[in-house]
Design a protein around this ligand. Sequence first.
Ligand code: G1P
Length: 297
Amino acid sequence: MASSTFPPITKAIFPVAGLGTRFLPATKAQPKEMLPVVDKPLIQYAVEEAYEAGVREMIFVTGRHKRPIEDHFDMTFELEVALEQAGKQELLDVVRSVKPDDMECIYVRQAQALGLGHAVLCGQRLVGNDPFAVLLADDLMVGPQPGRGILKQMVEHFAEWRASILAVQEVPAEHTRRYGIVAGNQVNDCLMDVNRIVEKPAPEVAPSRLGVAGRYILTPGVFHEIANQPRGVGGEIQLTDGIAGLLRREKVFAYRYEGKRYDCGSKEGFLQANVELALAHPQLGPGFREFLQGLGL
Ligand code: G1P
């Protein structure tokens, strides 16, 4: 059962072992999580969102060809020395801020790509018996204002409800096949007490149009449930099926977050993120806006 003695959320799992086939050939020799949106790789957005929410232990579930992610969060001694000697303090600060001193990065390998549930299970030993977050870097999430990231909003609700929380948004009926879809009883404007969750249902059988975005806060009981599920959709060990097991024993809430999600697992979403984040960028925004206006769209 969910306990009221849960500590705060300080650990997060980032499943990053996926092949990124939808972005080939860009992802032939580099992880999709390293694709930049404006000037930062996708994974850094997710890590910054977790850090802002109070997470300090970042657990990356990696696979082959994912070394650049490890390199990105390492200290780059030669680069720092070169920037220091050149007196480029601003760039030095940018490089150093990638990994604040109080943030720990831990890497665990997912030897076989058996699904998202399996990836989360690979983090079990590192998470132990604490509640934890899961962030899918493909989903770039932007809060309504600085300091109001989606995971931070979820952590605040976790502090109140002490139970698993899934970020959800309304999706078009024809897109239910892309998401875990939830149904349940409304608790208030933004929270639902979930009583059903189905992975990627066809629109005709989807229990609602509320789709899970790539942000989860989960209690450790979910590990046992994932481990005991048969293979699900696509022959994969699904996180959604583990959560379906969990909600038979504990409360699970769906939270309609404030903010925006860009599906950077798709080329359209990735391009939209680049345009909107470039427009919002303090230095690049004004010039880029002028450029777009010049296109006469
Ligand atoms: C995964 C999950 C799905 C969730 C989605 C959010 O699917 O399995 O339940 O709704 O992420 O992005 P994927 O996009 O990895 O196929």
